[in-house]
Structures are given as structure tokens and as C-alpha cells.
Design a binder for this molecule. Structure first.
Ligand code: TRP
Length: 323
């Protein structure tokens, strides 16, 4: 029996992924066992914020594909591609842009946020249209579901609204899809805030064990825990939060911290080791992936993706009366 399709992607706005970005990829790796997964790098989406500086997008995209593969995305089961290699995304985006009311787009929370953080004076047209392109990304593959984090829910809702409007105007082309919520924890960064590249508080998947250890050794803990015997506050400590995700022994480690039975230095050492151990297979696999392999996977992925996407696009155009 044909597996149900699911699809997800990431923007290549940065060359390297951190622990927080790894969590959703791990859930894709699990899901690919059960579903036919399409996973792509949304390189055109990165243009919405990087258009004046697009030089890094192509290289960033390859780095992300290496991370996908090292994490266990299996190109034999899963279609891995770059959005810009599949022009059908752009064409469906154009058609959708004609039926999407501006008011829907102006209400999207990520839009308001990005607009405030824009580096340039003028706001590009594409920024407002970001979710319309995302709707095309999704609906071209008529997926059963889309695995994403909570922050993407408004985008997915908009995709569904665009699909409904299209179907209402021209006939049923796009089936409803569901959100597959990846219950990935928001990781605390080294300074106690949410882990994010822009805060400079992240541990990167592809850094060396020494770099990881150095960062953890200088991480934020409980400010009032000066001596080992002072009680700690594990819920608000970056090291204890990372232990909880990465250390099999976290219950003892955080309990002893809370009761003043162990110091932060010991927990930091054990935390660095736990993270490095968790990442060791990933880092090992990633070192072995060469550029030629990545290009071959992307070529084949683009063919597989176009094979499906071009049929959906043809159907959409027929429904609108183009021939
Ligand atoms: N907007 C998503 C993000 O920032 C990336 C993305 C683009 C995406 N197109 C998609 C995710 C389609 C899921 C499906 O993470």
C-alpha cells in the first residue's frame, strides 16, 4: 500500500543548526518510517529576509541537507530537495496570490514580528506573501499532514484557508491536511533564555566536543549557588535544563543540585559529556557525507518532487480553465 504523504522544511537563514533545531528533525526521522516524507530546504523563503545578501543561501542549504542526512533522514525512503529546484512551487504561489486576501496576510503573527526586525528600510512584497509560498509548498504534495512546531500553526491555518478558497472557486483540488504537532521542548540556551542563534546562546550540532564543553562550562546556573552546599534551582538553570533533555541520569543530577549535594562544576562536566555523547553518532556520520553525494541526492530529490508537484499544478490550472 502506498504510504500517506507528509511534508516539512526549514529555511536556510543560517549555515548551521543548533540543538533546538535538531528536535524537529529527529521527529521527521521517526515519521519517515511510517509515512512517505518530503523534506525540503525553503531557500526562496530565506530570500524574504536575505535578498540583499543572497550569497550564502545556496551554501547554507547544502549544510542543512547534510544535517538532515546525518540526523538519519534516509534518501532511499524520503524525498530530499531544494525548493528552488522545483519551479512548480513558484507557479502555484502565483496562482494562490491571486485569491489570497491581503487582510489574511496582514494578520499573521510571524509577519508582524519579521516586519519589526527587518534590516532594510523598505519592506519587500515577498515578506507579506511568505505564507502564500508556504501554502504552495504544502499543497503541491497533497499531504496527509505537516509536522511542525507550534509557531507554524498560523501559517498552516492560512494554507488551509487558501486551499478551501481555491476548492470553493474552482472545484476540489486540494484535500485538507492535518497538523502533526511535534511536541519538541523549547530548549533553554546557555544563558537561560530560549536557545537561538541570534542570542548567541546556542550549542551547534556540528561544533567540536571541545567547543561544546567550553560553552557548557561557562553556562548560566543558579546565581545564588556559590558553594557546592548552597541549594540550586534546577528549573531555572540552563545546565540542569540541558541535563534533563540529554542525560539519562538527570533525575539524580538535578535532585542533588537542588539539595546542595553537588556543585555546578560537576553538573557542567556531566552535562557537556551527555550532550557530546548524544551527538557523537550524528557528528561522526556528518563528517562522512561528501558534497558530491549531497548534489546527487538533491538532483534525484528534485526529480521525484517535480514528478508529483507537476501533476498537482496541472490539475490546479485545469480547474481554473487554463489549457
Ligand atoms: N516557515 C517554515 C519555518 O520557518 C519553513 C517552511 C517553508 C515550511 N515552507 C514550509 C514548513 C512548508 C513546513 C511546510 O520553519
Amino acid at each position: 500500500m502506498e504510504r500517506q504523504r507528509i511534508l516539512s522544511g526549514m529555511q536556510p537563514t543560517q549555515p548551521k543548526l543548533h540543538l533546538g533545531n535538531y528536535e524537529p528533525i529527529k521527529s521527521w526521522v521517526r515519521l519517515q518510517e511510517q509515512y512517505k516524507l518530503y523534506t525540503f530546504v525553503a531557500d526562496w523563503h530565506a530570500l524574504t529576509t536575505m535578498a540583499e545578501n543572497p550569497g550564502d543561501i545556496a551554501a547554507n542549504s547544502r549544510e542543512i541537507v547534510k544535517d538532515y542526512l546525518a540526523a538519519g533522514i534516509d534518501p532511499e525512503r524520503t524525498t530530499v530537495f531544494l525548493q528552488s529546484h522545483v519551479p512548480e512551487h513558484a507557479e502555484l504561489h502565483l496562482l494562490f496570490s491571486m485569491i489570497t486576501p491581503l487582510g489574511w496576510l496582514e494578520r499573521v503573527p510571524t509577519y508582524k514580528e519579521k516586519k519589526q526586525n527587518l534590516q532594510t528600510e523598505s519592506e519587500p512584497y515577498g515578506l507579506l506573501g511568505y505564507p502564500v509560498l508556504q501554502a504552495a509548498d504544502i499543497l503541491l504534495y497533497k499531504p496527509y499532514g505537516v509536522p511542525v512546531g507550534k509557531d507554524q500553526a498560523p501559517h498552516l491555518e492560512l494554507s488551509r484557508e487558501i486551499a478551501r478558497r481555491f476548492n470553493h472557486l474552482y472545484g476540489e483540488v486540494f484535500p485538507e491536511f492535518v497538523n502533526i504537532l511535534c511536541d519538541t521542548p523549547v530548549l533553554m540556551g546557555l544563558d537561560g533564555r530560549k536557545m537561538s542563534k541570534s542570542y548567541g546562546n546556542a550549542i551547534y550540532l556540528n561544533e567540536s566536543e571541545e567547543e561544546t564543553a567550553k560553552k557548557v562550562m561557562s553556562a548560566f546556573t543558579t546565581p545564588t549557588k556559590i558553594r557546592k552546599t548552597d541549594p540550586g534551582d534546577p528549573e531555572n538553570c540552563a545546565v540542569c535544563n540541558l541535563l534533563r533533555v540529554y542525560s539519562p541520569n538527570w533525575e539524580v543530577q538535578t535532585d542533588e543540585c537542588r539539595r546542595g549535594l553537588r556543585g555546578c562544576v560537576q553538573n557542567k562536566r556531566e552535562c557537556a559529556e551527555a550532550i557530546n555523547e548524544a551527538l557523537r553518532p550524528f557528528r561522526e556520520r556528518r563528517r562522512q557525507i561528501d558534497d558530491a553525494t549531497v548534489e546527487a541526492i538533491l538532483r534525484r530529490g528534485a526529480e521525484e518532487a517535480r514528478d508529483f508537484a507537476s501533476r498537482t499544478l496541472a490539475e490546479a490550472k485545469r480547474a481554473m480553465g487554463f489549457r
